[in-house]
Design a protein around this ligand. Structure first.
Ligand code: SAH
Length: 230
């Protein structure tokens, strides 16, 4: 018996997971490998995670397209390539504890969960938080821990983190996140204005902070104490 409820609908999970395998492979080859992402752990994870189950059923067959998609509550799931690039920039090996700010649909957290030891993810929107937490249970992502709060303050009790990924854009990197990053850790976040940002990668070393700009991007707003006002 593999029937489970996804968004209130009874589905045969075995079939659901097998669905679109061809689209997933094509997505990885044509959108991700072709643009220079090479990390085998990232490519493997993205060829496995059933992206169509993280969007509404009506969008299921667009889930593997080269574009972002709406996930409700005015929020979006990023284009697959951006997710691949951000994940690769964290240089993960497998043993890490990673913090994500902006759980949203849960897709990014699921990609991370296939690569690392444990994912901590924070969402400020209650309806997305509840919906996605249920989905993680259904899909048996047992190494994802969720929290409903303002992610711009980080998750002090569980810090330090080996890597931090922020999937919403702010004017600057929230100070608590830099504090909660381990020495040797990497953080990636869209930084800039309301409508467009630059993807910033930060590395925390014994000698201080090193940042690099990975290029332009467009994310929804990071809202909170150390982000935009509501
Ligand atoms: N990583 C998500 C992307 C979701 S869009 C995915 O894979 O689908 C960004 C998300 O960040 C939205 O769900 C939004 O509600 C959330 N968000 C914005 N500000 C936040 C904050 N301060 N703390 C936690 N989540 C926040």
């Amino acid at each position: 018996m593999t029937d489970v409820l996804v968004a209130g609908i009874k589905v045969d999970m075995k079939n659901e997971l097998k669905k679109f395998a061809h689209f997933r492979r094509e997505m990885v080859e044509k959108q991700i490998v072709s643009r220079g992402v090479t990390d085998p752990l990232v490519l493997e994870a993205m060829s496995k995670v059933p992206r169509h189950l993280f969007v509404s059923e009506a969008l299921g067959d667009s889930a593997y397209g080269d574009f972002p998609l709406p996930i409700g509550e005015g929020q979006t799931i990023s284009q697959p390539y951006i997710i691949a690039e951000m994940t690769q920039s964290l240089e993960l090996k497998g043993h890490e504890r990673v913090l994500e700010i902006g759980t949203g649909s849960g897709y990014q957290a699921a990609v991370l969960a296939r690569i690392v030891y444990k994912v901590y993810t924070i969402e400020r929107n209650n309806s997305l938080f509840l919906q996605t937490r249920k989905l993680f249970d259904t899909l048996k992502y047992h190494n994802i821990v969720t929290r409903y709060s303002d992610g711009t303050q980080g998750w002090k009790q569980e810090s330090p983190f080996d890597a931090i990924i922020v999937t919403a854009g702010g004017q600057q990197i929230p100070a608590p996140l830099i504090e909660q990053l381990a020495i040797g850790g990497r953080l990636v976040m869209p930084v800039g204005g309301n409508f467009s940002q630059e993807l910033i990668r930060l590395e925390k070393t014994e000698d201080g902070i090193k940042t690099t700009n990975l290029g332009g991007c467009r994310f929804v707003k990071l809202i909170g104490q150390n982000g935009w006002d509501e």
